[in-house]
Design a protein around this ligand. Structure first.
Ligand code: NAG
Length: 437
């Protein structure tokens, strides 16, 4: 409801990326003072006995933390180059396109995360209460203009990412979009909600791990599996950079059974496509360059392969995302117990299905062994849903398990994404939001 008026206003004002409210001189001064404070603060000074740990200084520190994440943070996205053994790019204060709907929710929370003055968020922007809606909703960080008139760049929490500079695929997309694929990110977000357990198989640098972790929130869990050591390190970095407390990472290749396999890892010192490197049946190094433009490191490393069924999850698994470069059948064969017991929705990359002629081994196995029905949802991507028996005995996807917004997300994102369509797509993530458009 609340976001209906928020979005309604957005559509009305025709938000463009440079429509941000001008920064006041006080905001600029405040930001600079806070940045200076962080440079100077030394909690360890005088053997932890200095005034930096006095109540006043601690309060000012907290205040700066809060303000720098909201109104006072730098508005422009920035990219920094780093790296000692291989080059990295650090993307700072990314807010556009939005990574998740959760940032905007901050408009309605006070500093400690409680609904402001117990007012229903839907009322805050309602101008029948006055030209600024319910004034009790606002303070100097979160204003009517910010939350209701479309200065949503500030309502979206800033995100931070690191990726190998030469990664032309996932790292490149994460730097641009804050995710690997916007449509898939929002679609996956429709498939889970607050408190859910999600499994991300082939997490890479965390292009979906981060948005999914925000979507399921502090009471949910994302279990992210990534076999390649250095890619895994970037995954962890991105989880930490975004202060996400609900992600569990595993430096493991999921497969049909436990094994240790020698494999080449992606070379991060050259332009490369790290996400396309397989764990099993790898090309020989020369063939990899020739056939797939992939570059390996000189030496192999030993990768750990384990079946998903060996892992124990605290609660029901709602969603599994699988992107494992031709190993998806093995992943599923090692996960039959988990899938039977939890009946999760499954999003899976399966190139074989899209080959000409199609190889239906994966889809047939899902149908025969697990009573799942898979259908194409994007290029190379399948969506697999527990089947429901039709009168003739045929299984069809149980539509009751698919949130209404799931398919609509894509409709808004065809071609170049545009602001309005982007907001509509994002709105599909939250049904209460979408029903008002
Ligand atoms: C089809 O895919 C399966 C694995 O999913 C593979 O074992 C099989 O060899 C493939 N068949 C053909 C004809 O390529």
């Amino acid at each position: 409801m609340l976001r209906a008026c928020w979005l309604g206003s957005l559509l009305h004002v025709g938000l463009a990326r440079d429509d941000w409210l001008p920064e006041s001189p006080a905001e600029v001064r405040g930001r600079e003072a806070c940045l200076q404070r962080f440079k100077e603060t030394d909690f360890a000074a005088e053997n932890f006995q200095s005034s930096w740990l006095d109540q006043d200084n601690k309060m000012a520190f907290i205040e700066c933390l809060y303000r720098l994440r909201t109104r006072w943070r730098p508005r422009e996205k920035a990219v920094f180059a780093g790296g000692i053994h291989y080059p990295t790019l650090v993307t700072a204060h990314h807010t556009w396109p939005p990574v998740s709907t959760s940032g905007a929710k901050l408009c309605w929370l006070d500093q400690v995360g409680v609904h402001r003055n117990n007012i229903e968020a839907s009322e805050c922007c309602d101008t029948s209460y006055g030209p600024q809606g319910r004034t009790e909703c606002w303070d100097e960080y979160f204003t009517y203009e910010l939350c209701c008139l479309g200065d949503v760049n500030l309502a979206e929490m800033p995100h931070y990412f690191v990726a190998p500079a030469f990664d032309i695929n996932v790292g490149n997309a994460v730097r641009q979009l804050g995710t690997f694929d916007l449509g898939q990110s929002y679609a996956l977000q429709t498939l889970c909600g607050s408190g859910d357990v999600v499994i991300d198989v082939g997490a890479n640098v965390g292009g979906f791990t981060v948005p999914l972790a925000e979507r399921v929130g502090p009471d949910g869990e994302v279990h992210a599996f990534e076999p390649f050591r250095k890619v895994f390190q970037h995954l962890n970095a991105n989880v930490a950079l975004n202060g996400l407390g609900n992600v569990y990472t595993y430096n493991v290749a999921l497969g049909a059974s436990k094994a240790k396999v020698p494999a080449y890892s992606p070379d991060l010192t050259n332009f490369n496509f790290p996400s396309a490197i397989r764990v099993l049946d790898q090309f020989k190094p020369e063939a990899a360059v020739k056939e797939a433009n992939l570059r390996y490191e000189d030496r192999q490393e030993t990768l750990n392969v384990q079946p998903l069924d060996e892992f124990v999850f605290s609660r029901r698994v709602q969603l599994i995302k699988i992107d494992v470069e031709f190993m998806e059948l093995q992943v599923v064969l090692g996960a039959t117990k988990t899938i039977r017991e939890n009946k999760p929705l499954i999003w899976v990359e399966n190139e074989a299905f899209f080959d000409d002629p199609a190889n239906l081994t994966f889809v047939d196995t899902m149908y025969r062994d697990l009573q799942y029905v898979c259908s194409a949802v994007a290029r190379l991507e399948l969506f697999c849903v527990p089947g429901r028996e039709e009168p003739g005995g045929q299984l069809v996807q149980d539509e009751r398990l698919i949130p209404a917004g799931f398919r609509r997300v894509f409709r808004h994102l065809t071609g170049e994404y545009k602001d309005m369509h982007l907001w509509r797509a994002l709105s599909e993530v939250d049904p209460s939001f979408s029903s008002k458009i």
